[in-house]
Design a protein around this ligand. Structure first.
Ligand SMILES: CC(C)(COP(=O)(O)OP(=O)(O)OC[C@H]1O[C@@H](n2cnc3c(N)ncnc32)[C@H](O)[C@@H]1OP(=O)(O)O)[C@@H](O)C(=O)NCCC(=O)NCCS
Length: 170
C-alpha cells in the first residue's frame, strides 16, 4: 500500500515566465533523478525509490516557458498537523534568481496545506532560503530522534522485503 496525501486535482500557478504544478504526470523523472543525484543527500538515489516517493508525496514541479523542469520539491504530510518539506532543488543554471524562494512560498500557500501547523525540513547550507518563511533551527534538538537503516537497495513490495532507509534527509 502506498501512503499518500492527494489533491482532488492538480494545481498550477504561473509566476512570470515560470509555472509551478503539482501534476505528477508532468514531472520529467529522468531529469529529476539526475538533478537529485547531483546533491549531497541523494547521490545514490534509485529510480524506483524516487518513483515511489513521488507517488506518495505532494509534489511541486517548477517549469520554464519551454516546459522543461527547472525545479522540484515534495511535501510528505497528513494535510492537517504535520508536513515535511524535502528534495528541494533548483537546476544549477537557474539558481540565485529567487526560484527556490518562489517554490517554497508556493508550497506554503497551497490551500490543501493551510491547516498544517508543524513543518519540518533539514538542510546543510540553505537555511537563508527558508528563514524568511518562518523556519528556525530546532529549539530543542534533544526532543527529536532519527532512525537510519543501513544502505540497502530499494525493493518493491513485490519482492517481499520492506522498502529500505525511509529516513534520509535532504
Ligand atoms: C538551495 C536552493 C534550492 C536555493 O534555490 P535558489 O533559487 O538558488 O534560491 P533563491 O534564489 O530563492 O535564494 C534565496 C535566498 O537564499 C540564499 N541562498 C540560496 N541558496 C543558498 C545556499 N545554497 N546557501 C546559502 N544561501 C543560499 C540566497 O542568497 C537568497 O538570499 P536573498 O533572497 O537574501 O538574496 C538551490 O541552491 C539548490 O537547488 N541547491 C542544491 C540543492 C539543495 O541544497 N537544496 C536544499 C535542500 S533543503
Amino acid at each position: 500500500m502506498v501512503l499518500q496525501f492527494r489533491e482532488t486535482q492538480p494545481s498550477e500557478w504561473r509566476h512570470g515566465s515560470f509555472v509551478v504544478s503539482t501534476d505528477r504526470e508532468r514531472l520529467d523523472v529522468p531529469k529529476l533523478l539526475a538533478m537529485l543525484r547531483d546533491t549531497y543527500w541523494a547521490s545514490d538515489l534509485e529510480h524506483e525509490r524516487l518513483v515511489q516517493a513521488i507517488e506518495a508525496s505532494l509534489t511541486f514541479g517548477l517549469y520554464a516557458d519551454s516546459g522543461s523542469l527547472v525545479g522540484f520539491c515534495r511535501v510528505i504530510t497528513d494535510g492537517a498537523m504535520f508536513a515535511y518539506l524535502r528534495d528541494v532543488i533548483i537546476d544549477a543554471a537557474y539558481r540565485r534568481q529567487g526560484l527556490g524562494s518562489l517554490l517554497t512560498d508556493t508550497v506554503l500557500h497551497h490551500p490543501a496545506l493551510a491547516n498544517v501547523h508543524y513543518w519540518l525540513l533539514a538542510t546543510r547550507d540553505a537555511h537563508d532560503v527558508y528563514k524568511k518563511f518562518g523556519f528556525k533551527p530546532l529549539e530543542n534538538p534533544g526532543l527529536y530522534m532519527v532512525r537510519r537503516t543501513t544502505e540497502t537497495p530499494f525493493q518493491t513490495a513485490d519482492s517481499g522485503s520492506p522498502a529500505a532507509d525511509p529516513t534520509r534527509h535532504g
